[in-house]
Write a protein that binds this ligand. Structure first.
Ligand code: ADP
Length: 191
């Protein structure tokens, strides 16, 4: 299986690139943010719980997130690979993912991280907020908090996969096509 972690801070372009990657590689896209928004839209108990964290730009607790992720993977047993987008966001999530994939006799192929300067992230997210309808994109304080949480809890996941040589840092500024070809080069090197 081709199991890719698409990594980077909020606003780094993961969703945009994920769409192009699934088309090229024919693999399943799992975005934990999208899964939470779907649950919220349906007012499920999971959605209501997630909403209280997402609205503040905090992470949803690991056990909730990991459980939801496993359900989604288990619901798609015959795929040839998966792009994990927005997951893992903590070391505990990374460890849980590794043991879950191990049980399935597979593993993470590579982590590709989009590198974008902070000011650019904030302006992209505020801009997205004008049309996305996402409350967490409309308020600069919430956006700054999401970036702070990324630095304090999530960035270490890059180092965690560096230990096994799987992490690749990709410049995330430029045209969508240029960034996409950098990602493809890095992924094809890892396969
Ligand atoms: P972004 O565009 O900021 O990368 P996402 O759409 O991936 O955002 O996620 C939005 C929100 O959903 C996060 O700020 C967080 O509250 C919650 N969330 C998404 N993925 C995770 C995760 N792996 N662990 C905890 N919370 C998550």
């Amino acid at each position: 299986m081709l199991n890719l972690i698409l990594f980077g801070p909020p606003g780094s372009g993961k969703g945009t690139q994920a769409e192009k990657l699934i088309e090229k590689y024919g693999i399943l896209h799992i975005s934990t943010g999208d899964l939470f928004r779907y649950e919220m839209g349906n007012n499920t108990p999971l959605g209501l719980e997630a909403k209280s964290y997402m609205a503040k730009g905090e992470l949803v607790p690991d056990e909730v997130t990991i459980g939801m992720l496993k359900n989604k993977v288990n619901a798609n047993p015959h795929v040839s690979g998966i792009i994990f987008d927005g997951f893992p966001r903590t070391i505990a999530q990374a460890q849980a993912l590794d043991s879950f994939l191990n049980e399935k006799n597979t593993q993470v192929t590579a982590l590709v991280a989009l590198d974008v300067p902070e000011d650019e992230l904030v302006s992209r997210l505020l801009n997205r907020g004008k049309s996305s309808g996402r409350a967490d994109d409309n308020d600069e304080a919430i956006i700054r908090n999401r970036i702070a949480v990324y630095k304090s809890e999530t960035a270490q996941v890059f180092d965690y996969y560096s230990a096994t040589g799987k992490s690749k840092l990709i410049p995330g500024v430029g045209s969508i096509e240029d960034i996409f070809s950098r990602l493809v080069t890095a992924i094809d090197e890892a396969c």
